[in-house]
Design a binder for this molecule. Structure first.
Ligand code: BMP
Length: 226
């Protein structure tokens, strides 16, 4: 299960860059995640037009971390432009923040994904100390999904144990950040979020096929099917 992170480099035509990769990859992947680099260049509205009619997961990765009303305004904008999921940070807490965003997302049918641990090392400095509390918070607001690292499998496994089966786990950190395809799924993730190891290569489709094949092999092995 693969979600492609579309973070274009500078000095490209951002909309063309996204559209090319979307058209090539959409039959083979479960979703796309658009982050701030593209949004800052061309805006959610013009990006959303590219994905019109797309039935997969389309995540606006704004990493929301604000008061509840303002996070809700942003989430509504994302939905207006065709996105069906948003990512928010857990550390802003419940009262006056994620309580409101959680309610808004439920009412509007938007998938809310909470960052409860990150793939870079610095996540251990502050964020990872609160993983248990963030997992409780995710249950409290009935989050659809969580972001947890493919780069620290002990944390990922712990998060799966804490959260149970029903909440999706999306794991970045595969490829350029060092984790191998499939390893996060073997440790409890539902999806791996992969960007540059696919999108920055010369043959995007070939790279995606290779990643999907590696995922399949590793998952078959860890589930005892090979
Ligand atoms: P890449 O595979 O190119 O390293 O991209 C990973 C993607 O996942 C990026 O879009 C990044 O913003 C996102 N991400 C991450 O790498 N680590 C996290 O902890 C949370 C993220 O959203």
């Amino acid at each position: 299960m693969l979600i492609v992170a579309l973070d274009p480099p500078q000095n490209v035509n951002v909309l063309e860059w996204i559209e090319y990769r979307y058209n090539l990859l959409k039959p083979y992947v479960q979703g796309f995640k658009i982050g701030l680099p593209a949004i800052l260049d061309v805006g959610l509205q013009s990006i959303g037009k590219i994905f019109q009619g797309y039935a997969g997961l389309l995540i606006a990765d704004l990493k929301l971390a604000d008061i509840g009303d303002v996070m809700s305004f942003s989430a509504e904008r994302a939905q207006l432009h065709g996105f069906n999921a948003v990512i928010a940070h857990a550390f802003v807490g419940y009262e006056g923040a994620l309580d409101k965003l959680g309610k808004l997302c439920k009412e509007k049918g938007l998938k809310l994904i909470l960052v409860i641990s990150m793939s870079h090392k610095g996540s251990q400095e502050y964020i990872d100390r609160h993983v248990e509390e963030f997992a409780d918070l995710a249950k409290r607001i009935d989050a659809w999904g969580l972001v947890a690292p493919a780069t620290r499998l002990n944390v990922l496994k712990k998060i799966r144990t804490l959260i149970g089966k029903d909440v999706k786990i999306l794991a970045p950190g595969v490829g350029v950040q060092g984790a191998e395809p499939g390893i996060a799924i073997c440790s409890g993730a539902d999806y791996e979020i992969i960007g540059r190891a696919i999108t920055y290569t010369e043959n995007v489709l070939e790279s995606a096929f290779k990643v999907i094949e590696q995922q399949r092999n590793r998952v078959a092995r860890c589930r005892g099917l090979l």
